[in-house]
Design a protein around this ligand. Structure first.
Ligand code: ATP
Length: 805
């Protein structure tokens, strides 16, 4: 199959990862791969008659490199890797790309694509493609090159264009045949167009997918801006109104509002009441100021309006804040800075996984299958009918224009509504708490284990929720040691205000378990009248939960709801596919590896062996390898042995042997700290140095505690809020259930202790018994781990099998 990939509409971070993924997985799966420059415009323009394609068969490999399948090597067409990399398209094999829009590409043509923002193959908004004439030309240009499979990465407009093209295709082919532009054989061979859409859009405005490619990076940029503005706002007691992108979609504004701890937000899906929003906003903000808050942040989506659809602009908000509240107010419009720049971790892995799914969907397509859009639901890559998704997306804009805001909200994914609810609960300061006194609880919060990004954000959200409802939030400082030392104080609304963007652990965290002195722990529960406990942490938090549950029968004060919210950079808590902090950590890893790779290629060809934390769980190493394009990953799950190392050396020698002579290349190996106690990072580095000879040098670097990250990533912050509030709902429900039981039955009652998990597309509560059954206690990880399959993908993306065998 000949597959072409194009990027269309507005650019977004991660589009390059799509191109890289489609090209590489396409080649590995035996396809010929092409890129189309400048979106649909390139398809319409095609290739000029007299322009030659580069010489695909002329593979420059060094003499000492022999590979079993030279045919495959030819298909890989390891070029010099400069095609399209610098955006000028001019130096490939000394030939100009002028007049060529549909270009066959090889493996190394997409080298270095992962860390680059925007789209290196260009994008455009094509008027011509909107016309029948334009699409006829596009079909002709594709058939001329023998292509009838297309991956389109763009927004809803681009995906609509793709569907129109596919449905018209048989007619276009017939027309081309009738006019003699293509032969009978060509018409028969290309009677059906296979098309797959990937959503590249910074707005996250597509229905039937939780996230679009580029939205997480845009959110990173916005949060960086808010974090910077926060300090100056507090210094001068100022108010800032921040305008972010989003015409019909308030996702960026909402997520930024939550992640940045904003005071008020304006989004199109849930507009404030016409004529009353000024009063409501001023009430919220003056309450915040009345408890001593020194700064005010209001976030407004560019498409914001009130319930009568009258636009609300940043300057309108500024005027109200200045005039009514007398605040020194500034407007900041982030504009195109939000388009991204360097893609964050998520915008490297998501497009890579989606590209793999896209190629599979094309290979499986037949005339009866619908065109698919590749999406993601929680943690699962999905295929959904493209037109259904586009139509639902259009319906949101339609519902808003008809003022049916409830419908608009219902068409967004469930995370959207939950996060909006989370924003209200964490930003609104109640005059009187919501719950009657008899329903109010004393809820203790404790961090257990090592620090992880998002621990503070989760605590802040739960504390704010407690205060909204009327519960008393109690900080237990320094884990179970702190509990035993009575290091417990109530937390306040303002006291946690800046915690969203704080890394580390504001409560202090350590690895002490309740079994240190379980009797004393129970007596402290009684002494401080603790009605519920939220444990935020990793494997130790889980172990603590198990110990507390086991002790219930012997120690009645422990018969209260206890929840564990997983937070650990290692992501090694059983059952759940996601722990808070792992996204922050992977972003820290990606940042470090980009710098290392650059250094490795700057002087001479060098392999860097990068050691990661993660205990006996290879999650960070494997996902980090996928996001940085590392060649080899060593994990504790797979261990390390001599046969493996021999193959790895063989791979690396062949790979460097194929590189263009005289051009330095940096490559990464990622090694989990506990992958082997014998073949350590130092041993492996020395081995590669020795075996690399004249081909490459090697160096090692240990990322150590830098992987705990500095400021938590926006994804960790927003998920922290959502999961934390779900945990609070669970605590309230369980407390109510327990209260209904006779005292003695509470001792044996199961189900009040649980872990909040993400499994595939669902957020699920899992009881202690099931958690223990799924745990590999010795290795401190789950018995099964969802991500282990991705090691194979890391290897596919570097053609390991082809080069080693
Ligand atoms: P963004 O979200 O950044 O706006 P988009 O993909 O929605 O991205 P559009 O400008 O709407 O951006 O669409 C991109 C291109 O897709 C258009 O320039 C046009 O070439 C093509 N296209 C859009 N709609 C159609 C359509 N109905 N028929 C044919 N082609 C279309």
């Amino acid at each position: 199959m000949k597959i072409a990939v194009l990027t269309s509409g507005g650019d977004s971070a991660g589009m390059n990862a799509v191109v890289r993924g489609v090209v590489r997985i396409g080649i590995v799966k035996g396809c010929e791969t092409w890129v189309v420059r400048e979106g649909y415009e390139g398809l319409v323009r095609g290739n000029e008659e007299n322009v030659q394609q580069p010489p695909y068969d002329n593979i420059p490999a060094s003499k000492d490199v022999t590979i079993a399948d030279p045919g495959f090597l030819k298909t890989l067409r390891f070029g010099d890797g400069t095609l399209l990399r610098d955006g000028t398209f001019d130096h490939h094999y000394g030939r100009s790309l002028k007049g060529r829009y549909i270009i066959r590409v090889g493996w190394d043509d997409v080298r270095g694509y992962l860390p680059q923002g925007g789209t290196l193959i260009g994008t455009a908004r094509s008027k011509a493609f909107r016309t029948h004439e334009g699409r006829l030309k596009a079909a002709f240009n594709m058939i001329k090159e023998g292509i009838d499979a297309l991956v389109v990465c763009g927004g809803d407009g681009s995906l609509t264009g793709a569907d129109v093209f596919r449905s018209e295709w048989p007619g276009l082919v017939a027309e081309l045949h009738a006019s003699g532009k293509i032969t009978e054989a060509q018409a028969t061979q290309h009677g059906h167009l296979k098309i797959v859409g990937l959503v590249g859009s910074i707005d996250n405005d597509m229905s039937m997918t939780d996230l679009t490619i580029g939205a997480p990076t845009a959110l990173h940029r916005i949060c960086e801006a808010i974090d910077s503005i926060n300090s100056t706002a507090a210094s001068h007691k100022r108010a800032f109104v921040l305008e972010v992108m989003g015409r019909h979609c308030g996702w960026l504004a909402l997520m930024a509002g939550v992640a940045g701890g904003a005071d008020f937000i304006f989004i199109p899906e849930r507009p404030p009441e016409a004529g009353r929003w000024q009063e409501k906003m001023c009430e919220a903000i003056s309450r915040h100021r009345s408890v001593g808050k020194r700064k005010t942040i209001v976030i407004i989506a560019e498409g914001a309006h009130d319930s009568s659809l009258a636009p609300i602009k940043a300057d309108d908000v500024k005027e109200v804040l200045s005039e009514t509240l007398g605040l020194d107010t500034r407007v900041t419009t982030l504009g195109h800075t939000q388009r991204g720049g360097r893609p964050c971790y998520y915008d490297r892995v998501l497009p890579t996984l989606q590209a793999v799914e896209a190629v599979d969907a094309l290979l499986e397509a037949n005339p009866d299958t619908p065109s698919y859009m590749i999406g993601i639901s929680e943690n699962k890559i999905t295929r959904v009918p493209l037109m259904e998704a586009v139509e639902l997306t259009r319906n949101v804009a339609k519902a808003i224009s008809e003022k049916d805001f409830a419908k608009a909200m219902s068409l967004r994914d469930p995370e959207f509504a939950e996060t909006l609810d989370g924003f209200f609960h964490t930003s609104w300061l109640m005059k009187e708490p919501y719950l009657p006194i008899q329903k109010r609880l004393r809820v203790a919060f404790m961090h257990v284990g090592a620090p992880a990004g998002g621990m503070n954000a989760a605590t802040r959200a739960a504390v704010r929720y407690c205060l909204y409802q009327g519960h008393t939030p109690l900080a237990v400082y320094n884990g179970f040691n702190g509990l035993l030392d009575d290091n417990i104080t109530p937390l306040t609304w303002l006291g946690v205000d800046n915690w969203m963007a704080r890394g580390g652990s504001e409560l202090g965290t350590n690895r002490t378990l309740p079994s240190t002195n379980i009797g004393q722990v129970a007596s402290k529960f009684q002494e401080h009248d603790i009605n519920a406990l939220m444990l935020i942490g990793g494997f130790e938090a889980f172990t603590s939960l198990v110990e507390l549950e086991e002790a219930r029968e012997a120690y009645p004060p422990l018969c209260v709801p206890v929840v564990h919210l997983p937070a650990t950079i290692s992501n090694n808590v059983p059952v759940t596919e996601y722990s808070l902090g792992s996204d922050t950590s992977l972003n820290a890893l990606v940042d470090a590896c980009d710098a290392i790779k650059q250094s490795a290629a700057a002087s001479r060809s060098r392999v860097f062996v990068v050691e990661t934390q993660g205990g006996r769980c290879g999650y960070i190493a494997t996902m980090g390898a996928l996001a940085t394009g590392a060649c080899i990953v060593y994990t504790p799950e797979d261990g390390t042995n001599l046969d493996m190392l021999r193959q790895d050396v063989k791979y690396m020698r062949r790979r460097y042997g194929i590189d263009k002579k005289g051009k330095a290349e940096g490559r990464l190996i990622i090694r989990s700290e506990a992958a082997s106690s014998v073949y350590t990072t130092e041993v492996i580095t020395k081995m590669f140095k020795e075996e690399g000879g004249a081909l490459f040098d090697s160096r090692m670097v240990s990322l150590g505690h830098t992987l705990q990250g500095n400021i938590p990533s926006p994804i960790d912050r927003t998920r922290a809020v959502r999961l934390s509030l779900k945990s609070m709902h669970f605590i309230e429900e369980q407390a109510e259930q327990l209260a209904k039981l006779p005292w003695k039955q509470r001792w044996t009652h199961k189900g009040a202790d649980a872990v909040i998990t993400i499994q595939g597309t669902k957020v699920k509560w899992v009881g202690v018994k099931e958690m223990v059954e799924q745990a590999d206690i010795k290795n401190r990880r789950g018995k099964t781990q969802w991500w282990t399959k991705y090691k194979q993908m890391v290897e596919m993306l570097v053609a390991r099998e082809q080069l080693v065998n």
